[in-house]
Structures are given as C-alpha cells and as structure tokens.
Design a protein around this ligand. Structure first.
Ligand SMILES: Nc1nc2c(ncn2[C@@H]2O[C@H](COP(=O)(O)OP(=O)(O)O)[C@@H](O)[C@H]2O)c(=O)[nH]1
Ligand SMILES: [Mg+2]
Length: 336
C-alpha cells in the first residue's frame, strides 16, 4: 500500500471515504447557527445532478440527530442560538440511494478557545487549544467563519472585523504549517449573517460584488492565495436564518467572554433572534456543503493498492462538481 494523492492516481482509491470539516471563528461569528442550519436545511435534500443526498443510512441515528436538532431549534426560537460551551460534532453521510458514500463530520468549536487562550492561560485551556489546533491541522476542509457586520457599519465594527480576521488568520496559519508536506487543505471563507445587510439574496448580491468580498476578507484571501498548504479556496456569503427572518435580540453581553473580559471579541455584538422559526430558509449552504465535500475528497491522501478497487472518490468528486455547476450558488473563487 502506498499513500498517494487521489487525482495523481485516479485509477485506485480506498473505500472508507471521509471528509472532516473543522471551523475557525471567534465567539458569535455564527458557527453554531451555521451548523444547525446545515443539519436542518441541507440534510435529506437531493443534489440536483447526482441525486446524492446528505443524511443517515441508519434510522436510529437519524432519529437521534433529529431530536437534537429540534431541541436546538426550540432554544433558538425562544432565546437565540445557544452558546457553545463544549465542542460538539455534526455527523452525517453522503448517500447515493441507500448506499453511504462518504462519512462527514463537522466540529462546532468554542469560539473563545481561539481568541482568549494565551501563553499565560492555565494548562487545561492550553491543552484544549492544542487539541483544536491538532484537529484542524489534520482536517480535510476548513471553514473560516466571519460574520457580516450590522448595517450601521462604523469605525468600531471596522476595528472588530480586522481583529476577527487577524485572529482567524493566525489560527489557520498555525494549523496549516503543521500539515504533512504535499497535503494542502481546501479552505472555505464563510461570511455568515448576510441577511443583516440585505432583505433578499438579490439585494445582497448587488451590494457585495466579488472583488468587494475579496477586499473585505483581504488578509485571509491573500494568505490562502499564496500559501502552499492551502488547496482550493472560495468565499461563501451565507445566512443561517434566511433573508428577512431576523429580529434584533438582546445584547450578547451575558455570553461567555462578555464585557467582564476587557479583550472581549463579542461583548458588543447584539445577536439576532429568528422572527419566524417556520420560515427559516438557509442561504447558500447546499453549495458550501457540496463544494466542501468535493474539495475535501479531491485533496485527501488515499491508500492506493496496485490491484485496488475502482476510483469511487474520483467519481463522487466529479459528480459533485456537476452538482455545484447546476446549483443556484454564490461562490467567489479565490484559488483552484
Ligand atoms: N441575522 C443573523 N444572525 C445570526 C445568524 N446566525 C447567527 N446569528 C446571530 O449571531 C449570534 C451568534 O451566533 P452563533 O451561531 O451562536 O455564533 P458562534 O459563537 O460562532 O457559534 C446568534 O446568537 C444570533 O443572534 C444569521 O444567519 N443571521
Ligand atoms: Mg457556537
């Protein structure tokens, strides 16, 4: 057996395909909302060309996950997206008919671990931070989460945004430098809460031209463009609630890392609540998931046996590429 890059030897591939997605972003960037919306809005939907569907082959697991989702949605309905106190994983499979093709897991991180862990922090915090970094350095795809600022964008938000992007970049850089040589990671730059600045997808698109988005996320874009350790990279504006479906909530000051911490990243960011939980229409998430699976499959190392089975991962990645082409999508390519 040898380890090879999939697309260098498309004739041979291992069977147990997996895509591990890891998220980076400060507290209140929208990570939990995003993963909840992926679980609610993308699972059990069919991709347009391949007919693939992210979901569960085991009804017991499916029921388990559904109950978790419904609980989370109920909390979101009442008091907003629940604060993340511990890492948790959203797992599902990419199915073709009844056949599971790829095991997918996406980890919801505690944002404060990225922003508040310091060299002088206690050992427990530093151990947790190193675990997150280790995991990220071994991931198949990374989502770097930044949120759209509120409509009243001023110098304070500008400063906050620079700080958020700077922190995300430092974390990404530290993780990718520890990747094995020749094993670049695809990076999705996810701009959450697009519904904060526009009432519809059309309006959002008219407000944010491709170059403006690249400019908005310039430090991350520039890094990903030149870093050898980064494979494909693209920007995805998203909304977890959907357009016209949020109302300003109370200040997030009571969330961990709030104003009692003078270096708070999220203390002044009033969160939004969902106006009508029955009309949640997550925006641009199916393209994000399909792209992540495609890029994640394309760039991972695979075990290659000289007389091995047929190139299943290549077939899947190609079909996903066709799916993406025919989806209503907003993908701003940076690299790849
Ligand atoms: N308008 C709007 N607000 C959102 C959206 N997603 C999250 N939020 C708000 O941002 C806050 C933080 O989101 P959360 O997902 O908990 O961030 P995390 O700390 O990165 O997990 C939430 O309490 C919501 O108020 C979205 O799609 N649209
Ligand atoms: Mg969270």
């Amino acid at each position: 057996m040898m380890i090879r890059k999939l697309f260098e030897r498309p004739d041979r591939v291992r069977q147990d395909l997996r895509v591990r997605g890891r998220l980076v972003g400060r507290g209140a960037a929208g990570k939990t909302g995003l993963l909840t919306a992926v679980a609610d809005g993308v699972l059990n939907e069919f991709f347009p060309e391949s007919g693939f569907s992210p979901g569960y082959s085991d009804p017991l697991i499916s029921n388990e996950e559904r109950v978790k989702r419904e609980k989370r949605l109920e909390i979101t309905r009442k008091t907003g997206v629940p604060q993340t106190l511990e890492r948790s994983t959203v797992s599902f499979e990419l199915l073709e008919g009844a056949k599971p093709l790829v095991a997918v897991d996406l980890v919801d991180e505690v944002g404060q671990d990225f922003t508040n862990t310091k060299a002088s922090s206690d050992e427990d915090s530093k151990t947790r931070f190193r675990e997150v970094q280790n995991d990220l350095s071994r991931a198949d795809v990374a989502w770097i989460i930044t949120s759209c600022p509120p409509p009243e964008f001023g110098p304070r938000h500008q400063k906050q945004l620079a700080k958020d992007i700077g922190n995300a970049l430092e974390n990404l850089r530290a993780a990718v430098t520890r990747r094995p040589p020749g094993r670049p990671i695809p990076v999705g730059l996810v701009l959450t809460k697009a519904d904060r600045i526009a009432d519809s997808a059309e309006e959002a698109r008219s407000l944010m031209a491709d170059d403006m988005l690249r400019q908005f996320l310039a430090p991350l874009v520039n890094f990903c463009r030149v870093a050898d350790q980064v494979a494909d990279c693209a920007i995805f504006p998203t909304s977890s609630f959907g357009f016209g479906n949020s109302v300003p909530g109370k200040n997030q000051a009571d969330r961990r890392g709030g104003p009692e911490n003078s270096d708070a990243f999220e203390g002044n960011d009033p969160g939004d609540l969902i106006r009508d939980p029955h009309s949640i229409r997550p925006f641009n998430l199916q393209p994000l998931v399909a792209w992540s699976l495609m890029a994640g499959l394309k760039h991972q190392d695979v075990l290659v046996a000289d007389d091995g089975p047929t190139p299943e991962a290549v077939r899947i990645a190609r079909l996903l590429a066709r799916d993406i082409e025919s989806m209503d999508r907003w993908i701003v390519t940076v690299k790849g």
